[in-house]
Structure formats: structure tokens, C-alpha cells
Design a protein around this ligand. Structure first.
Ligand SMILES: *[C@@H]1O[C@H](CO)[C@@H](O)[C@H](O)[C@H]1NC(C)=O
Ligand SMILES: *[C@@H]1O[C@H](CO)[C@@H](O)[C@H](O)[C@H]1NC(C)=O
Ligand SMILES: *[C@@H]1O[C@H](CO)[C@@H](O)[C@H](O)[C@H]1NC(C)=O
Ligand SMILES: *[C@@H]1O[C@H](CO)[C@@H](O)[C@H](O)[C@H]1NC(C)=O
Ligand SMILES: *[C@@H]1O[C@H](CO)[C@@H](O)[C@H](O)[C@H]1NC(C)=O
Ligand SMILES: *[C@@H]1O[C@H](CO)[C@@H](O)[C@H](O)[C@H]1NC(C)=O
Ligand SMILES: *[C@@H]1O[C@H](CO)[C@@H](O)[C@H](O)[C@H]1NC(C)=O
Ligand SMILES: *[C@@H]1O[C@H](CO)[C@@H](O)[C@H](O)[C@H]1NC(C)=O
Ligand SMILES: *[C@@H]1O[C@H](CO)[C@@H](O)[C@H](O)[C@H]1NC(C)=O
Ligand SMILES: *[C@@H]1O[C@H](CO)[C@@H](O)[C@H](O)[C@H]1NC(C)=O
Length: 354
């Protein structure tokens, strides 16, 4: 094993060095490296009940193997997409018998999806060698351990999904270096510690989700400066503090604010009424207090869930915000039970949408 690794490293260095000369020898070595990487990956898959990988044999070129996409000109692997195929194995270089070692040599790989299988082990550092990677989808597996800071060298990565695994440890602060990142989906794991301030460097971020983890501390205010953000999911953690008062101004594209099931306190920022793209306001089971601001500019609202807080002051006009929802024609859910609301249920409740 060791000698074949060394040989491949040599080919790799040799090819990087000589590629500009278009040496045929080098092209041959490069595409064969990819084939070898795929075969080693296959060798370490321990269960394949749908026999997906039986097409991975020499009767056809590896670019025609199921789940493999190649660059037509160079015949190099650009995507490996094997989602939802009941595959079982280990991604870990250590635990899994170096099963994933070779993936690092797929230097032109752009998309890797092994979502919704039963891969275990850790996410190997070696993936950081796939410098062209744009999307990495490893959600719905049984991956464990910490996410290595090395992954932050993937400067072209736009989508990273590790949702529903058993990953733990802190969110690496070096993730702030993933400058192309648009989607970071990491809900339903066991991440702990604070949200690193460096995430505010990710100016292209549209979707961030860390729901159902064990994060604590406050949301760094700098995160509210990510003006591209449309989806903000941090529900069911142990976060506290208050929401940034001008988030409705700094996040003009906000569609989903989901921070239910934490220990947030303070008011619902009145600036929320400027978030005119807001579709889901989901903040139940916290310690929010004060008057609920008007939502009259948010015509796209579908869900408003503010139950189980300390909202309202037992006063007559506490439920005025319900009147502000009459033009939200897509409203499906309005939940405000278990708060301190006083007064009468406004008649507007009868003219709310479907
Ligand atoms: C690799 O590329 C060379 C040169 O284009 C070609 O002759 C050879 O068949 C290829 N091998 C594989 C496994 O694709
Ligand atoms: C090799 O792959 C082909 C499809 O590409 C398949 O029809 C054939 O059954 C495979 N051979 C074996 C031995 O699995
Ligand atoms: C996972 O895969 C199974 C089939 O293997 C499928 O039924 C299910 O919908 C998939 N789930 C997700 C979240 O993709
Ligand atoms: C590694 O692979 C060999 C042979 O495939 C197997 O006997 C051994 O148990 C494996 N070790 C681990 C740690 O998976
Ligand atoms: C790779 O992923 C990107 C983003 O999801 C997508 O636009 C592109 O079509 C994918 N390419 C391949 C070859 O799957
Ligand atoms: C892959 O990871 C293994 C184990 O951590 C390491 O020994 C090896 O050098 C790495 N290979 C590459 C290409 O990064
Ligand atoms: C992040 O990038 C900066 C430069 O862009 C570099 O100085 C720093 O070492 C990187 N941090 C990590 C942990 O990769
Ligand atoms: C947010 O951005 C504004 C304008 O660029 C800046 O003045 C402010 O200091 C930033 N706030 C944080 C908390 O980074
Ligand atoms: C907030 O909305 C109000 C009313 O629509 C508008 O007059 C004001 O300019 C907005 N403020 C910002 C900072 O967008
Ligand atoms: C609802 O829309 C009507 C017609 O555009 C407008 O007159 C009214 O002020 C709006 N009410 C609220 C609470 O937004």
C-alpha cells in the first residue's frame, strides 16, 4: 500500500510539473490515477445492495461508470455523484483502511456527493487536495469526529453539506477562509462551542444552517452583516443574547429566520418590518419579550411562530401585530400561544388568508 501511495504521489508531482508540456505520458498517468482512485474507493465500500458499483469494471472506460462524470477533453473525473444508494463504508483514512485516500488525487473533481448512504468514519483531510471542489455533499451518513480546519483551503467550494451526521467539536474558525462558500448546511450534528466570528468573512453566504447542534454563546454581531443571507437556521442549540437590532436593514434578502428553541432574550427587532422578503419567522421557545413589531411590509410571510416566549405586556394593544398581517396572503401558520399577551383577539384574524 505504502509503495503504491508513493508512486502515485510521484506521478502527481510529475504531472503537475509537466502538464504544460502536454506530455502524453503524463496524460496517461493522470487519467490512470483517477481510475485507481475510483477502484480503491470501490474496494472499500463494504455494502452495495443495489450493485451500483458492479458497473465499475474494465469492460467500460471509467468515465462511463455509474455516478462518474468526466471532463470530455481531458477524461478526468469532475464529479462523483452517488447519493441515496444504500452504500456502506468508511470515509476515514485511518479507520477505513485508507479507503478515501485516493479521492485526494482526483485533482479535477468539482462535485462530490455521497449523501444519504451509510458512510462512517471521519471526513478525511485528503479531500483538501481536491482543490477544484465546488460542492461537497456528505449529508445523511454516519460520519463522526471533528471537521478538520484543512478543508478551509478549498477556495472554490460553494456548497458544503454535512447535515445529519454525528460530527462533533467546534466549527473551525478557519472556515472564514472558504471565500466562495454560499451554502453551509450542518444541522443535526453535535457541533459545540461558539459560532466563530470569522464566518462573517463569507460574503457570498446565502444559506447557513446549524440547527439541532450544541452551540452556545451569542451569535457574533458581525454575522448580521452578511447581506446575501436568505436562510438563517440556528434553532435548537443553547444560544443566548439578543438579536441584532437592525437585522432587518442589514439582511435585506432574509427569507427564513429560524432561531427557535434557544435562550434568546430581548425584543424582536422592530427593523424586522423592513425585511420585505421574509417568509418564515420561527422563534418559539425562547425568552423574547416586549411588543411584537408590525409585519405589514412582509407580504411573503408563510409561517409566523412566536409561541412560548415572554412577548406582550398584558396590555390591550398587544395583539396589534395580527392586524399587520392582513396582506400576507400566503400565511399558513400563525402561532403565538404561551406568552404574556393581553387584550382581545383582533377581528382581523377572520380576514387572514387561507
Ligand atoms: C488515458 O489517456 C490516454 C491518452 O489520451 C489514452 O490513450 C488512454 O487510453 C487513457 N486511459 C484511460 C484509462 O482512460
Ligand atoms: C461490468 O460492467 C458492465 C456494465 O458496464 C456490466 O454489464 C457487467 O455485468 C459488469 N461485470 C461484472 C463482472 O460485474
Ligand atoms: C435516502 O435514500 C432513500 C433510499 O435509499 C430514500 O428513500 C430517501 O428518500 C433518501 N432520503 C434523503 C433525505 O435523500
Ligand atoms: C483493512 O482491510 C483488511 C483487508 O481488506 C482487513 O482485514 C482489515 O480488518 C481492515 N482493517 C480495518 C481497520 O478496517
Ligand atoms: C456541480 O455542482 C454545481 C453546483 O451544485 C452544479 O451547478 C453543476 O452542474 C454540477 N456539475 C456536475 C458535473 O455535476
Ligand atoms: C491522506 O491522508 C493520509 C492519512 O492522514 C496521509 O498519510 C496521506 O499523506 C494523505 N494523502 C494526501 C494526498 O493528502
Ligand atoms: C486563512 O487565510 C489567511 C489568508 O487569507 C491565512 O493567513 C490564514 O493562515 C488562513 N487560516 C487558516 C486556518 O487556514
Ligand atoms: C457591519 O458593516 C458596517 C458597514 O460596513 C460596519 O460599519 C459595521 O462595523 C459592521 N458591523 C460588524 C458588527 O461587523
Ligand atoms: C424601512 O422601511 C421603511 C418603510 O417601508 C422605509 O421608509 C425605510 O427607508 C426603511 N429603512 C431602511 C434602512 O431600509
Ligand atoms: C393592505 O393592503 C391594502 C391595499 O393595498 C392597503 O390599503 C392597506 O393599508 C394594507 N394594510 C396593511 C396592514 O398592510
Amino acid at each position: 500500500m505504502m509503495s503504491s501511495i508513493i508512486v502515485s504521489i510521484c506521478y502527481f508531482i510529475f504531472c503537475c510539473f509537466s502538464f504544460s508540456f502536454q506530455s502524453t505520458d503524463c496524460v496517461l498517468k493522470s487519467n490512470e490515477t483517477d481510475q485507481l482512485a475510483l477502484l480503491e474507493f470501490k474496494a472499500k465500500v463494504t455494502r452495495d445492495p443495489l450493485h451500483v458499483l458492479s458497473s465499475w469494471n474494465y469492460s467500460r472506460h471509467f468515465c462511463q461508470w455509474k455516478g462518474v462524470t468526466c471532463n470530455p477533453r481531458h477524461q478526468r473525473v469532475t464529479a462523483l455523484l452517488l447519493p441515496s444508494l444504500l452504500l456502506q463504508g468508511s470515509l476515514s483514512a485511518h479507520i477505513g483502511n485508507l479507503s478515501f485516500l485516493r479521492i485526494g488525487y482526483l485533482s479535477r473533481l468539482r462535485n462530490l456527493s455521497l449523501e444519504n448512504n451509510t458512510f462512517g468514519g471521519q471526513i478525511p483531510d485528503n479531500i483538501s487536495h481536491c482543490v477544484n471542489l465546488e460542492s461537497l455533499r456528505l449529508g445523511y451518513n454516519e460520519l463522526v469526529g471533528k471537521v478538520q480546519g484543512k478543508l478551509s483551503s478549498l477556495s472554490k467550494l460553494r456548497i458544503q453539506s454535512v447535515r445529519s451526521n454525528k460530527l462533533s467539536g467546534e466549527i473551525p474558525s478557519s472556515f472564514g477562509n472558504l471565500s466562495s462558500l454560499e451554502v453551509l448546511s450542518a444541522a443535526e450534528n453535535q457541533f459545540e462551542g461558539q459560532i466563530p466570528e470569522t464566518l462573517s468573512e463569507l460574503k457570498r453566504m446565502r444559506y447557513i444552517s446549524f440547527g439541532a447542534n450544541k452551540l452556545s454563546g451569542e451569535i457574533p454581531f458581525s454575522i448580521y452583516n452578511l447581506s446575501s443571507l436568505s436562510d438563517f437556521h440556528f434553532s435548537f442549540n443553547q444560544l443566548h443574547g439578543s438579536l441584532q437590532s437592525d437585522l432587518g436593514f442589514t439582511l435585506p434578502n432574509l427569507e427564513v429566520l429560524n432561531v427557535g428553541g434557544n435562550q434568546f432574550t430581548g425584543p424582536i427587532p422592530t427593523s424586522i418590518s423592513n425585511a420585505s422578503n421574509l417568509m418564515r419567522l420561527i422563534i418559539p421557545k425562547n425568552g423574547f419579550s416586549g411588543k411584537v413589531p408590525s409585519l405589514e411590509n412582509s407580504h411573503k410571510l408563510e409561517w409566523v411562530s412566536i409561541s412560548r416566549n415572554h412577548l406582550g405586556n398584558g396590555e390591550k394593544d398587544d395583539l396589534e401585530f395580527v392586524n399587520s398581517l392582513v396582506n400576507a396572503s400566503r400565511l399558513e401558520l400563525l402561532a403565538f400561544n404561551i406568552n404574556n399577551f393581553g387584550g382581545m383577539l383582533p377581528e382581523a384574524v377572520g380576514s387572514l388568508s387561507t
